[in-house]
Write a protein that binds this ligand. Structure first.
Ligand code: IPE
Ligand code: IPE
Ligand code: MG
Length: 225
């Protein structure tokens, strides 16, 4: 049976969830944060899951109205403060992927603080994708390797990426069937699961069901079974 060692989730549908209830889009993001925390705790207590990568803010999300972007930045800072406790209680190591150099000083410091304070935790790795785009990640990796002489090997490029572990199970909520620039290299052989559930309605029970289905998939990696 397959093991979902690395689960990656595109947490989509917050805005629509709020609109359906006659609320502002940002209310959906607030509820979405609660769901993210539940999913982290669930994965921390699932012995097969080594890494959980959550897509929180893409390199393209800057195109949104200023008010929504500002709200998301504040929410992220609040999440990081609260998440430190959750990580320490559950032996979770936190790491950010993406180019965080664009964020405000205080947000960057908040990210580094959680990374530093959870560095010794050796349970689940919670990887949070912030100002992350897979194309940007690959470009940054290639540029960092330019000075090396000779051909770039698979290992060299893989190790130069922000996220170095291949994805086993990739889930997108919110009904759309696209990757939106998420972990393109790492998902080369990921099993893809799409659900219509909007992220604020997503539950650990649904995650458990998806994992059960994933376990039984025949993964061939181009070979034969
Ligand atoms: C995902 O929900 C969260 C972020 C991209 C920050 P959306 O905000 O994309 O919600 P929908 O897709 O518009 O409903
Ligand atoms: C993907 O959702 C990004 C995150 C969940 C952070 P989007 O809502 O930004 O993706 P598109 O625009 O529908 O492709
Ligand atoms: Mg969306």
């Amino acid at each position: 049976m397959n093991k979902a060692k690395h689960i990656a989730i595109i947490m989509d549908g917050n805005g629509r969830w709020a609109k359906q209830r006659g609320k502002k889009r940002v209310r959906g993001h607030e509820v979405g944060v609660k769901v993210a925390k539940e999913v982290v705790t669930y994965c921390a207590n699932n012995e097969n899951v080594e890494r959980l990568t959550l897509y929180a803010f893409s390199t393209e999300n800057w195109k949104r109205p200023r008010l929504e972007v500002d709200f998301l930045m504040k929410l992220l800072e609040k999440y990081l403060k609260e998440e430190l406790q959750v990580c320490l209680e559950n032996n979770v190591k936190f790491e950010a992927i993406g180019d965080i150099s664009i964020f405000s000083k205080s947000l960057q410091e908040a990210i580094l603080r959680v990374e530093e304070e959870t560095a010794k935790c050796d349970g689940l790795v919670q990887s949070l994708a912030l100002n992350y785009g897979a194309q940007d990640e690959i470009l940054r990796a290639v540029n960092s390797l330019k000075k090396d002489a000779g051909n770039i090997t698979f290992e060299m490029l893989n190790n130069a990426l922000d996220s170095k572990q291949n994805v086993d199970l990739l889930i997108r909520t919110g009904g759309d069937k696209r990757l939106s620039n998420f972990l393109l290299w790492q998902s080369a052989y990921a099993e893809l699961f799409f659900t219509d559930t909007l992220w604020p309605d997503f539950t650990c029970k649904e995650l458990e069901k998806i994992i059960q289905k994933f376990k039984k998939v025949e993964r061939r990696f181009g070979g034969l079974k």
